[in-house]
Design a protein around this ligand. Structure first.
Ligand code: FES
Length: 108
């Protein structure tokens, strides 16, 4: 897979999240303190779209049963065993690009 331009920084301000679809994949984009992160838009519990949930600072909360995730790492906060599928992101000259190749767990 390859990086594709999906949005611009002007469309995703600090503290915001947005849904988009690319290559048949629903994606949740978040901007936390200027860091852009991309996850599969599906809660690992029962698949609710995470873009229907809430983002408060680094805390991403699913709207259905309240599972909580660190929006910067995708790791579960409650429960800790949960983890989001993440996609590679890069920012180039104000453009946000993601690669929806094989989803995985963030290393950082
Ligand atoms: S579907 Fe997200 S917490 Fe249950």
């Amino acid at each position: 897979m390859a990086y594709r331009r999906v949005a611009t920084l002007d469309e995703l301000w600090d503290g915001e999240m947005m849904f988009l679809e690319t290559e048949g994949q629903g994606v949740l984009l978040v901007n936390v303190d200027g860091g852009i992160h991309a996850y599969a838009d599906s809660c690992p519990h029962l698949g609710t779209r995470l873009s229907q949930g809430s983002l408060q600072r680094h805390l991403l909360t699913c709207s259905t049963h309240g599972w909580e995730f660190d929006a910067c790492s995708g790791r579960g906060i409650n429960p800790k065993t949960a983890c989001l599928k993440s996609f590679a992101v890069k920012v180039d000259n104000g453009d946000i690009l993601i690669d929806v190749g094989p989803a995985g767990v963030k290393d950082d």
